[in-house]
Design a protein around this ligand. Structure first.
Ligand code: CA
Length: 420
């Protein structure tokens, strides 16, 4: 499949004609609207809709600062629109755009001239804990090896309800959080800037269609709700987390920022890269059974760049390392009657491999800060310092093409002054 937008055909292009991820962008007019990334261009879907070249329903859905209205239309419309975009953007298809110079000028924007925004209005944010390597590594550091994996872990996709209000798009800086923590050698807690700030490498599944409160879903039905996936950095304050997390889980340690990549890669684009979850170490209850492969083979990496310095890749892993799929997590989420909503963001949980350098957090990579990692230029890190930029990247590799996610990047600013 080749596009007449030549940059999309390069074998190392993340936005190949088979990808077509959706996002929200603005240019000089500062009007955020929906678009599709292809090659080094963004296709203005609002413009194509206004020209009648793309049409979903009786009313426009793309001239909006979020994809929620389009997502809510459901799978049939997602498939129809994707087919239409492939027809318009590939060689030998409908020439309504490729042969119309005026429309091409208006609707095709160079990627480097636009600003990307949050692609969705986040309805709710739930974060899971679904990589066994990560759960064992973190559990060992927090509770010792004999209590590393909680007794429920092999039966339940464990999660907690996070905050939608502080989910931000790649490129949004944020301040180091303040909070309460208790140093190991102290009797009482102290207050101040987090000292053990970390990243978490995750994928985020985005719910496209809502369910009714009180209904439950099979794993297959749960998967049908998913519009697509983004990269997700679940920034974590480890010292605040260690002091607060029992008995109800993370609270302040995770709510100050969650960064997602700007382009939503659809489930349809990821379909050729499906892989199965690993063998079950304990049989799952029937409501969590998968009827097919529901993970994806996506290479992932994390880069750390100090202020003014070059970046170092500090972790490489793959999404297929997970024990539970997003579909299983969503089925579990809904089983008690919880309503799933258009715009819900479902964090996979930190993705960690089993070999050195494949862990999805500094907590694991530095063994709780005891073994700092070496960066380019002779710099070392145990945890994130002010001015550091963390960038997540993800790519599924096809035969001669890529389905990539673009960067999920964030820079940490100094903490605000403490309140008196
Ligand atoms: Ca997390």
């Amino acid at each position: 499949m080749k596009s007449w937008i030549q940059s999309a055909n390069a074998p190392d292009c993340e936005f190949s004609p088979r990808n077509l991820p959706y996002g929200v962008f603005s240019d000089d007019d500062h009007r955020p609207r929906c678009g599709v990334a292809i090659g080094d261009m963004v296709v203005d879907l609002a413009r194509l809709e206004a020209a009648g070249v793309v049409k979903c329903t009786d009313r426009p859905v793309f001239d909006a600062p979020a994809l929620n209205a389009f997502m809510a239309l459901g799978r049939t419309e997602w498939a129809r629109t994707r087919a239409r975009l492939i027809d318009l953007l590939t060689d030998g298809g409908d020439a309504a755009l490729s042969s119309n110079a005026a429309l091409r000028r208006e609707a095709l924007r160079p990627m480097n001239s636009v600003r990307t925004h949050m692609p969705i209005e986040v309805a709710g944010y739930t974060d899971f804990y679904a990589s066994k390597n990560h759960a064992v590594n973190v559990g060992t550091l927090f509770r010792g090896p004999e209590n590393a994996l909680p007794p429920n872990w092999l039966s339940i996709p464990i999660g907690y309800n996070g905050r939608a209000s502080t989910v931000v798009v790649s490129g949004t800086p944020f301040r180091r959080p303040l909070g309460q923590m208790k140093p190991a050698d102290a009797d009482l807690p102290i207050f101040g800037p987090c000292r053990r700030l970390d990243f978490e490498l995750e994928m985020g599944a985005i719910i496209g269609t809502s369910t009714e409160m009180g209904t439950h879903l099979s794993v297959a039905q749960a998967e049908e709700l998913v519009f697509g996936y983004v990269l997700l950095n679940d920034w974590s304050a480890r010292d605040i987390q260690a002091w607060e997390y029992q008995p109800l889980g993370p609270f302040q340690a995770k709510v100050f920022a969650t960064t997602i990549s700007p382009w939503i890669v659809t489930q349809a684009a990821l379909d050729p890269f499906r892989v199965s979850t690993p063998p079950r170490e304990r049989p799952l209850l029937p409501y969590l059974h998968e009827n097919g492969p529901m993970l994806y083979d996506i290479d992932l990496e994390v880069a750390l760049a100090p202020a003014g310095g070059g970046e170092t890749i500090v972790s490489r892993t793959n999404y297929r390392e997970m024990y539970y799929s997003s579909a299983q997590q969503i089925a579990h989420h809904a089983i008690g009657g919880c309503r799933m909503e258009t715009g819900d963001l479902i964090g996979s949980g930190t993705i960690s491999g089993s070999v050195a350098g494949s862990q999805g957090s500094l907590l694991e990579l530095t063994k709780g800060g005891r073994s700092p990692i070496d960066l380019a230029g002779g710099v070392q890190r145990s945890f994130i310092e002010d001015g550091d930029t963390i960038t997540l990247r993800g790519r599924a590799k096809g035969d001669g093409y890529l389905v990539g996610f673009g960067a999920c990047m964030g820079t940490v600013l100094p903490a605000p002054e403490s309140p008196r």
